[in-house]
Design a protein around this ligand. Structure first.
Ligand SMILES: NC(=O)c1ccc[n+]([C@@H]2O[C@H](COP(=O)([O-])OP(=O)(O)OC[C@H]3O[C@@H](n4cnc5c(N)ncnc54)[C@H](O)[C@@H]3O)[C@@H](O)[C@H]2O)c1
Length: 144
């Protein structure tokens, strides 16, 4: 099973972040503009938390709080569950399943290398399975 660093190498290590003092409105505007479901929250140069669509649903929309008057640090999820670059795609899937999260920052020590979503992992698994099927089909047809 391939390491998650392969996915980061393929999709790039760019991670969209917001400062913890930004408003929730600015965070969701960025998420909508780029069409993503989560942003990492920074305090100075460190990762303070993660803010996701689910945080918005549960802590803003259902509580009738104002997204313009609430700062991200008040509603982010913290601490952030992360993975290491040598963790496999299956390891990351297991963490997401157990922790009920859909985004994992990939960190090596204090270095942020990228972020993977559940969609990235499913895409990688489907590609691997297709490649196995192609190899087996080739083997079977080639053996006759
Ligand atoms: N075909 C693909 O390559 C592909 C890959 C991932 C997701 N998707 C699709 O996108 C939809 C939603 O995906 P999702 O639920 O996995 O999550 P998502 O919408 O949050 O993620 C979409 C993409 O944006 C990236 N991303 C998310 N947050 C980011 C951030 N803060 N900084 C930088 N990149 C970030 C993810 O890694 C992923 O590649 C689904 O329909 C899924 O099938 C497609």
């Amino acid at each position: 099973m391939k390491p998650v660093s392969d996915i980061i190498a393929e999709k790039g290590g760019m991670v969209l972040c917001v400062d913890e003092n930004e408003s929730v409105f600015d965070a969701i505007s960025l998420m909508a503009d780029v069409n993503i479901g989560a942003v990492l929250v920074k305090r100075h140069d460190t990762i303070a938390g993660i803010f996701t669509e689910r945080d918005y649903l549960q802590k803003i929309a259902l509580k009738s709080r104002s997204s313009r008057e609430t700062t991200v640090k008040d509603v982010m999820s913290s601490p952030v569950i992360s993975a290491r670059p040598d963790d496999t795609v299956a390891d990351c899937m297991e963490v997401m399943t157990n922790c009920r999260c859909r985004h994992l920052p990939i960190v090596d020590g204090d270095q942020l290398l990228g972020i993977v979503s559940i969609g990235d992992l499913v895409k990688s698994l489907v590609e691997d399975k297709q490649s196995e099927i192609d190899q087996l089909s080739h083997y079977i047809t080639g053996s006759y």
